[in-house]
Design a protein around this ligand. Structure first.
Ligand SMILES: *Cc1c(COP(=O)(O)O)cnc(C)c1O
Length: 429
């Protein structure tokens, strides 16, 4: 049953472009119309027609402790009762900043903004100001929000729609961005040999999550660190997904490579709109009002967002969190690999902790070109079948699945049983 969703989508398409406020939500690549969501609790999401789905999107990453966690709801209610925005500093912002600085190895100072897009955009501005250089390097399939400079060979909804960038980004700006294959150190070295003195920053998802999950090869991140050191380039880790996801201190803790600047978002807002950028003190002190580089925000450090973020991080700080998430990921991965063997369906699973993607290709998938070898027709059939069985995967081959602390063994077994049926159907088709 999806009558209410269909009616709302029809109405929404007249009012909002594509009926949605963010493109991948429209499910176009799935050849379907989206479900409208009424509520969610734990690992379960309920649409407006009353269908209950096991949620593997988790709002695209933030909901790592599950939906409507009682402690987060309580923190939000308390904060709301005290006023929702003052445009002045508050005690909890200091508490959150202290927590982030202690947790993330490369962060000596931090500033809160309202989205991951704002965080990456500002980190680049800072890198350009600090180096006096204009060009940046990113990687094909890397998505860093929708700032002009970063919409070149981007991942997420951009790759799902199969477009290389976006109209409206002037060529003069796009030309400042070099996009290279992920995991290809040699390409980086060549680009730096040619343009080194013009390159302000290398921005990278230390575990790629927006072309589907693609982990870094062992030498990739240390190699980037070395190249940046040698050429005075600012290394920016976009940890908007990986921060507090692949380890408490993010991918930089997990892989032991420390960037100059770090972008955060998603998990640190606990489901409210938040981003943050931070890093070396000498760089961060170039931001206004200490230094000349400008960035501001009416709602930055918003009391509700900070309360939800703090409550979420306090739950994550309890012992065993990341072992628990790893175990859930391992359990599901092992199950999927077994089903792939049993049904003969060729698959490649990339997983880092509680984020993973099953690519409909034998793989290995180490970059965007590899991810694009996936059979997206099969993925579409898979998605439709999963949904019919009450499981809600991301509606694109090129996105990550996210597990939360709220996923129970029963939830994971339901997903596995649904996959079994879906794989068999795909093999018969
Ligand atoms: C989601 C995402 C962003 C953008 O964050 P928004 O809050 O959507 O603006 C940036 N970088 C990465 C790696 C992301 O996954």
């Amino acid at each position: 049953m999806k009558d209410h969703s269909d009616r709302l989508f029809h109405q929404a398409q007249n009012l909002i472009p594509g009926g949605v406020n963010s493109p991948v939500r429209a499910w176009r690549a799935m050849g379907m119309t989206p479900r409208f969501i009424a509520r969610a609790q734990g690992a379960h999401i309920v649409d407006v027609d009353g269908n209950v789905l096991v949620d593997f999107i988790g709002s695209w990453g933030p909901m790592i402790v599950g939906h409507a966690h009682p402690q987060v709801v309580e923190a939000l209610c308390q904060a709301a009762a005290q006023g929702t925005s003052y445009g002045a500093p508050t005690p909890r912002e200091v508490e959150l900043a202290e927590l982030l600085v202690e947790a993330v190895p490369g962060v000596e100072m931090i500033r809160l903004v309202n989205s991951g897009t704002e965080a990456t955009m500002t980190a680049l501005r800072l890198a350009r100001a600090a180096t006096g250089r204009a060009k940046i390097i990113k990687f094909d399939g890397g998505y860093h929000g929708h700032a002009d400079t970063l919409l070149v060979q981007a991942g997420s909804g951009v790759v799902t729609q199969g477009i290389p960038g976006s109209p409206g980004v002037p060529p003069a700006i796009a030309e400042l961005t070099l996009s290279l294959p992920y995991n290809d150190l040699e390409a980086v070295q060549q680009a730096v040999d040619r343009h080194g003195d013009d390159i302000a920053a290398i921005i990278v998802e230390p575990v790629a999550g927006n072309m589907g999950v693609v982990p870094p090869k062992p030498k990739f991140l240390p190699g980037l660190r070395q190249v940046c050191h040698r050429h005075g380039i600012v290394l920016i880790f976009d940890e908007v997904i990986t921060g507090f996801r692949v380890a408490w201190g993010g991918a930089q803790e997990r892989y032991g490579v420390i960037p100059d600047l770090t972008c955060l978002g998603k998990v640190i807002g606990g489901g409210l709109p938040v981003g943050a950028y931070g890093g070396r003190r000498d760089l961060m002190e170039q931001m206004a009002p200490v230094g000349p580089v400008y960035q501001a925000g009416t709602l930055s450090g918003n009391p509700l967002a900070v309360a939800a973020g703090l409550a979420t991080l306090k739950i994550l700080a309890q012992p065993g969190t990341y072992e628990n998430l790893e175990a859930k990921g391992q359990f599901l991965e092992a199950g999927i690999l077994e089903l792939s063997r049993q049904t003969g369906l060729p698959l490649c699973i990339n997983r880092v902790g509680s984020m993973f993607t099953l690519f409909f290709t034998p793989g290995p998938v180490t970059d965007l070109a590899g991810a694009q070898l996936s059979d997206t027709g099969r993925f579409q059939r898979f998605f439709q079948e999963m949904l019919a069985q009450g499981v809600y995967p991301p509606p694109s081959q090129f996105e990550a699945w996210f597990l939360s602390l709220a996923h129970s063994t029963a939830d994971l077994e339901q997903a596995r049983a649904a996959m079994n049926k879906a794989f068999i159907k795909i093999m018969r088709a």
